[in-house]
Design a binder for this molecule. Sequence first.
Ligand code: HDE
Length: 700
Amino acid sequence: MPEQPSDKNQQLESFRVRQEGTDLTTQQGVKVDNTDDSVTVGERGPTLLEDFHAREKLTHFDHERIPERVVHARGAGAYGYFEPYDGWLADYTAADFLTSPGVRTPVFVRFSTVAGSRGSADTVRDVRGFATKFYTREGNYDLVGNNMPVFFIHDGIKFPDFVHAVKPEPHNEIPQAQSAHDTLWDFVGLQPETMHMMMWLMSDRAIPRSYRMMQGFGVHTFRLVNAEGKATFVKFHWKPVLGTHSLVWDETQKIAGKDPDFNRRDLWDSIEAGQFPEWELGVQLVEESDEFSFDFDLLDATKIIPEEEVPVRPVGRMVLDRNPDNFFAETEQIAFHTANVVPGIDFTNDPLLQARNFSYLDTQLIRLGGPNFSQLPVNRPLAEPHHNQRDGYGQQAIHKGRTSYFKNSLGGGCPALADSGAFTHYAEKVEGHKIRRRSESFKDYYSQATLFWNSMSEVEAEHIVSAFRFELGKVETMEVRARVVEHLKHVDHGLATRVAAGIGVPPPAAEATPNHGRSSPALSQLNAPMHRIDSRKVAVLVADGVDGDGVRRLVDALGKQGALPEVLAPTDGRVRAATGEDIEADRALNTMASVLYDAVVVPCGPDSVATLSQDGYAVHFVTEAYKHVKPVAGFGSGLKLLRRAGVADELADDTGVLVDNGVVSSKAAEQSLPEEFFARLGEELAKHRAWQRRTESVPA
Ligand code: HDE
């Protein structure tokens, strides 16, 4: 077995450039004492071509941009590690990093949206990329997945069509980062294999609260191969320790304006705060002999294996604990590739995967400008590469010696063929005719879309109906809308009828595929664990005259539970508590918005509450949080502001603690506010939203 990998961080160290204590120079290292004025003839004369510093500075600037990713252009990334719990998976795979307990394999993960360009907003309705590069002792392994377990199409040859349809329309480049437009839905209506994925895309999965609160999926069926060469089919799953949670639609649209970097910032801030995002890697395993025992084809990437049929077995955990030093050098230049595999992991004939195995290397060649991008610091494997590939743009290595060919005798025969630890392609037996034809076994477009629909809670189902109505409501061509409804009726007639009613198209015809009635509870994200409130952001609204003791106790108690309370006041700086001492405000109210928080609390303090009640911004803050079904809390005179903001649920009328539909209240204040208040608020926060509080005015 090779040596334990040296730390990726350590490897990167030699590439880090620090500016402290240095003088400005040209690229050639010549010192510069003026970078504000060009060399000219006299003070008002023409600029001279010989001003090499000005020319170099401008030339480099002119070439700063590289092509953005064709898809997944907008992303955020972080370093961390993966550690298997134990070695049980060794029965199935020779992959050392999955089976050596105690070995921490460095990783870089990049999360992304798909359709938008680099500068687009984070919170749009979209699939999220979840790409992990494992710098293993046996070379780099990339698991390039998404936060949804299925895909839009069967065969990679359709990918350019799909992406052209979802991207901004070519004549006017509108709309940016949105699926709600004619061309995407035109594609969907004519390509019904998209139906299962469209159910996911219309669900809350497409608007995650945080990258840290998303599941990840390898999507394709891959192969694990053990040391004896025995293969087993595998699906990879990432499960977030914080549970799987989403925003609500109205909120996402507002955040896109208030903080377009919402998810990116959330990832960055939580790592800076030492609250490291964590996921559990799990696998679903299927024996080769069971390949045909499902009612779908394992090679069809529009299908899941329901967890109730094949359980997800835990393998290890991944923790992200370090932000990159430089976005461009690391997050932008990282190059993932589905064909980056290590011994023990292999492909299947999924035609989507096969196309990806071509496409990723191909795209990096243009995006990163030539064939040497694996030498970029973030892409460098920890297992040292040795080969006879030479030259090309951006070559960093200085290869010594005369030989760059195999076999050679002049170079001592090196690099030599490995006699152990080499990757061996799984010797699958294949035979057949060359044909261009979709497999019959891929042709059930609807039953798993129905499975997904049947598995939703009432709230999740409502959100799906609203999303279809919103998206199709933006489609200008009525025939395109109607065509989609005709497909939806094969998913569920009731769903199609509800969607049709909202978009002005006739209800679907009566004859439809009957709903099979099956469900998979694991598909509802409201069934995910809900007991952690780490890094949940809580706004505490204060003004002069606030109950200082109450605020301190609240901030302290929420902090101890792992949440991140922030004190918001009408202006930045300090507010004076009722008892005379100063309280530091973290932010001015008007720089923030309720949509940037998970909950809001209004503390006691008659003067504070009187000021906030006059402040339309503060009142709206509470109203909006309430409408977005977030936990809302108040104590003492703070309850007055809750009422003024339209909180319609029952509030406490004594010093006890009352919880009603996610509204936590008590008439007590200062030292007499019971500890129970903080505990109950924590419980409501852990539930994420008070979904049962659906008032008619709640925007879905
Ligand atoms: Fe990708 N995909 N993809 N994709 N994909 C890219 O690679 C492609 C597919 C996914 O953070 C590109 O470096 C084809 C499925 C992620 O850098 C490109 C097909 C899944 C990322 C490409 C697919 C993904 C990409 C764009 C159909 C989920 C971002 C730039 C056969 C399992 C990785 C680049 C990052 C990126 C091609 C389908 C996930 C063009 C041809 C299915 C997470 O190569």
